[in-house]
Design a protein around this ligand. Structure first.
Ligand code: ADP
Ligand code: GLC
Length: 468
């Protein structure tokens, strides 16, 4: 079976969050099931692609709002990438340094989808399924079913994976001209509450829709930023497939971002060496329990609560250290910077994006904080488990599906509310656990053995493809 994944992110080429990790790993695992996987993404003028050799495979043009743009499709090969990866470049649209944050986002998303469909139609690639990830590429099911420009692609089944329903890509009807020509009686398929809503259109037009954990699927039927009614009515084609992790990238035994590699057998000395490296760099006493947070500093992740949590905990207790790696909301970033001055011995942070540092934190921290308000799946908690770091999570979405509280016979620390009190209480429980080093070490070994790899979920996607 030949599958095309369409996405704006794919690790290692361009990553903002978990979407990149999933699109970078799932196709690789699918090859174990006799799937010929292709990924197509935009070209970026970023550090990763700088000086990389690309092999041009196709050139074409698209029309966008009365302008003609030339696009170039290139193949990118690397020893780390086992699937076929293609990049589409359009000067002025798909050649930015960053993935998001530009004023012409709608043009970029639509330009990408038009170019990729034009290319596969002209190239006779004959995909069995087109698998679209998130709203950036969720107009594809509408385009191929309702726009005559792509009539030769019409019968290709489509899967839409919703990684995060908070982002839907809405734009005004005034921009309908950006779309390929379609019969206007079908405009209702694009519309949701007065805007053109690409995610809603994808849900209506894709053959199958899924999200990235069973619990988030249930939550979305109740509350999905306005899409709950639609998801409930389309529930017969909607499923929840839990993400996995790429255990070759996320492997403490071989990870070259670590100060010392380790496995279950030497987890204690291995984690100690990484903790020492982290503590040395950031000025912490390594004998104290170290709590890490890694992620986008946004409301969804409860990052707005972190400063209050840290003040509350560290004003009363200096027997722990907390480290934050992240970037996002400016106010939150400022508040976190301020905390460094308030608690110079017990708190530190790196505001920014640093892939290698994230690996060192998963390895060197004792606990990972993940108090998310919304977490469709979450990968951090699975990485932390693999590196022997005990996750502290709010029971929501994929966190509920992957972390079981120690009190319920599990291996993590869970709370229900996204509140300062609940998070502080969980930190208190973690400190008590850390004092009981025998139990703590037993849990570290136990969690490293949990199998969250893509093997099982990759098969679920294959079954989904086969069903259509
Ligand atoms: P989301 O996609 O909602 O941000 P996930 O838990 O699915 O959340 O994935 C986040 C991914 O991004 C993980 O690989 C995590 O390690 C990484 N990450 C997040 N913020 C940073 C950062 N500031 N520096 C390095 N890696 C980060
Ligand atoms: C989104 C979600 C996150 C999920 C990731 C990969 O960014 O916020 O929970 O793990 O996509 O599916």
């Amino acid at each position: 079976m030949k599958i095309l994944h369409t996405s704006f992110e794919c690790h290692p080429v361009a990553k903002v969050g978990g979407l990149a990790d999933v699109v970078g790993a799932l196709p690789k695992y699918q090859s174990n099931f006799d799937i010929d996987s292709f990924v197509v993404m935009p070209f970026y003028k970023n550090t990763y692609l700088k000086k990389k050799k690309l092999q041009e495979v196709y050139k074409g043009t698209i029309d966008l709002n009365g302008n003609t743009y030339e696009y170039v499709v290139s193949k990118f090969e690397s020893k780390n990438i086992s699937y076929k990866l293609f990049l589409i470049q359009i000067v002025g649209l798909l050649d930015t340094e960053n993935v998001y944050g530009y004023t012409n986002e709608t043009h970029r998303y639509i330009g990408f989808q038009k170019a990729l469909l034009d290319w596969i139609q002209q190239s006779d690639l004959n995909f069995d399924v087109i698998h679209c990830h998130d709203h950036h590429t969720s107009l594809i099911p509408f385009f191929i079913n309702h726009c005559s420009d792509y009539k030769y692609l019409q019968n290709i089944p489509t899967v839409l994976t919703i990684h995060n329903a908070q982002y839907q890509g809405q734009f005004s009807h005034e921009n309908l001209d950006l779309l390929p020509e379609f019969d206007f009686t079908n405009v209702g398929l694009l519309d949701w509450y007065g805007s053109v809503n690409p995610l809603a259109a994808g849900i209506k037009c894709a053959t199958k829709v899924n999200t990235v954990s069973p619990s988030y699927m249930e939550e979305l039927k109740e509350s999905a930023c306005g899409l709950e009614g639609l998801l409930s009515s389309e529930s017969q084609k909607f499923s929840g497939i839990l993400n996995g992790i790429d255990t070759s990238v996320w492997n403490p035994e071989t990870d070259n971002s670590l100060s010392k590699n380790y496995k279950v057998g030497n987890v204690i000395s291995g984690k100690k060496a990484n903790k020492l490296a982290l503590c040395k760099e950031y000025g912490f006493n390594p004998d104290l329990p170290l709590f890490g947070f890694i992620g986008r500093l946004v409301y969804e992740k409860s990052a707005d609560l972190l400063a209050d949590v840290i003040r509350e905990v560290l004003s009363n207790n200096k027997e722990l250290n907390i480290f934050i790696l992240g970037s996002g909301n400016e106010e939150i970033e400022k508040d976190i910077e301020q905390l460094k001055e308030e608690f110079p011995e017990n708190f530190n942070a790196y505001i920014g994006y640093d892939e290698a540092l994230s690996h060192l934190i998963y390895a060197g921290a004792d606990f990972l904080l993940m108090p998310s308000r919304v977490e469709p799946c979450g990968l951090n908690q699975m990485y932390s488990l693999r590196y022997g770091t005990v996750p502290i999570v709010r029971r929501t979405g994929g966190l509920r599906d992957t972390v079981i509280d120690i009190g319920d016979g599990g291996f993590g620390i869970c709370h229900d509310q996204a509140s300062v009190w609940d998070i502080c209480y969980s930190i208190g429980r973690a400190i008590e656990l850390f004092k009981d080093q025998k139990s703590f070490r037993k849990i570290q070994k136990q969690i490293m053995k949990i199998d969250n790899s893509w093997d099982k979920s990759a098969k679920e996607y294959v079954d989904l493809y086969k069903s259509i």
